[in-house]
Design a binder for this molecule. Structure first.
Ligand SMILES: *[C@@H]1O[C@H](CO)[C@@H](O)[C@H](O)[C@H]1NC(C)=O
Length: 261
């Protein structure tokens, strides 16, 4: 009688209520038979993909995506779901991934667009890029879609920069074959363009019938080529300004100095 009373005082409530786990912290329910917490989704549920779970349901799990690198389970199966796609750390307090450099998205499921395209470009998926007539190398818009688990797995996972330009870019009339900003993350800038004054018989800015860099597309009638500093000076791609060689001047080096005549 006395012994059972002491036990009752030491253990004021009966077993099976998860008291030792703070009643599952309000983020799960207690399994009385085993005195363990069955956590809710996002708090360590059995179905949650997480590197580790807190069994008192006190820590969140983070979004998951196909692992960027993992062990293939057979000759055709890999990229199993992983917390933060295996490219970020999970903040258990907020349930958010902190992705390593170059990766983005709530589950770090995207890669690309370093340095946020330097503030001079648009970060787009390969699927979107295929449809853009101003993305380099210039080509006819295409569709790049299909089964994400196999051949087009990169369509919405790998991203790239399509650089900004103050002039229209493309293969059409009035459009130029190069954008103002360029480079893998749009950090470089083209200089003013002009027709070389020394070659009077040819207009280098005329890109009619000229195959664009990359070899996919050809300039339509009235299409323009970007000719930095009219081929008569050096383009400073950091500032986008020309330093003209002796004999030429002007912001685009299209003017001939009297000395050169
Ligand atoms: C541009 O080049 C095309 C093809 O060589 C030619 O037919 C056209 O007259 C040129 N346009 C101008 C404005 O020089």
């Amino acid at each position: 009688m006395r012994a059972s009373l002491v036990l009752l005082l030491l253990r004021p409530t009966r077993a099976g209520d998860c008291i030792d786990m703070n009643f599952c912290n309000g983020h799960g329910h207690c399994e009385p038979a085993t005195d363990t917490c069955d956590c809710y989704e996002g708090w360590g549920a059995k179905t949650d993909v997480a590197l580790y779970k807190l069994h008192d349901c006190s820590g969140r799990t983070c979004p998951s995506g196909p692992a960027w690198a993992d062990v293939a389970s057979d000759s055709k199966t890999a990229h199993a779901p992983a917390e933060c796609s295996g490219k970020g750390t999970c903040n258990k307090a907020t349930g958010t991934c902190k992705c390593v450099s170059g990766f983005s998205g709530d589950a770090c499921q995207r890669f690309g667009c370093l340095y946020d395209c330097s503030g001079h470009g648009q970060c787009v998926s390969m699927k979107k890029m295929a449809t853009m007539p101003n993305a380099l190398p210039l080509s006819k818009p295409a569709t790049y879609t299909g089964l994400e688990t196999t051949e087009r797995w990169d369509q919405d996972r790998i991203y790239g920069c399509v650089c900004d330009s103050s002039w229209p870019v493309g293969l059409g009339p009035g459009q130029r074959q190069e954008p103002e900003w360029f480079g893998p993350w749009c950090s470089l800038r083209h200089c003013p363009s002009g027709d070389d004054p020394y070659t009077t018989h040819v207009d280098e800015t005329n890109c009619t019938g000229v195959t664009a860099a990359g070899g996919y597309g050809v300039g339509e009638k009235g299409n323009l080529c970007q000719v930095d500093c009219a081929n008569r000076g050096k383009c400073d791609t950091e500032t986008g300004e020309c330093s003209c060689w002796t004999g030429s001047y002007g912001h685009d080096c299209t003017l001939l100095s009297a000395l050169a005549r």
